[in-house]
Ligand binder design. Structure first.
Ligand code: HEC
Length: 106
């Protein structure tokens, strides 16, 4: 039984992302934690800024998901913003960008 759960879990985690915005429920929880804990360490737990700029929807107005997810994946060379492409797929980076735009962090 436990093996089955693990199998299902590893399938879910390794499956190519294809759903609506490409992120499964479990991965969604992981990404939310990453957003609050890792991104939050620079951008603030509430994304109100710190070492990095605030990432509130009003600050990001007019910026596209494509633009934001590119910054997330590749970082900003020459600044403290690190690249996340070794941890996040393109779909996941887009999902994160959408979360920031929607301010849907909880
Ligand atoms: C070590 C500190 C640090 C961490 C960790 C960090 N950032 Fe950043 N981030 C920055 C800095 C500094 C900038 C501003 C770079 C500049 O001056 O252009 C930035 C810029 C950005 C921007 C561009 C904002 C804009 O208006 O152009 C986005 C989006 C962003 N970060 C998202 C994230 C996300 C999502 C994470 C977590 C996966 C994250 N950052 C983690 C420091 C960090």
């Amino acid at each position: 039984m436990t093996r089955l759960i693990w199998l299902a879990l590893s399938l879910a985690l390794s499956a190519p992302v294809a759903a609506s915005d490409g992120v499964s429920g479990d991965r969604e929880r992981e990404l939310r934690n990453l957003l609050i804990q890792d991104c939050g360490s620079c951008h603030g737990l509430q994304m109100k800024g710190g070492l990095g700029p605030a990432l509130l929807p009003e600050m990001l107005q007019g910026k596209s998901v494509e633009y934001l997810s590119t910054v997330i994946l590749h970082g900003r060379p020459g600044t403290a913003m690190p690249p996340w492409r070794s941890l996040l797929s393109a779909d996941e980076a887009r999902w994160m960008a959408q979360q920031l735009l929607d301010r849907n962090l909880q």
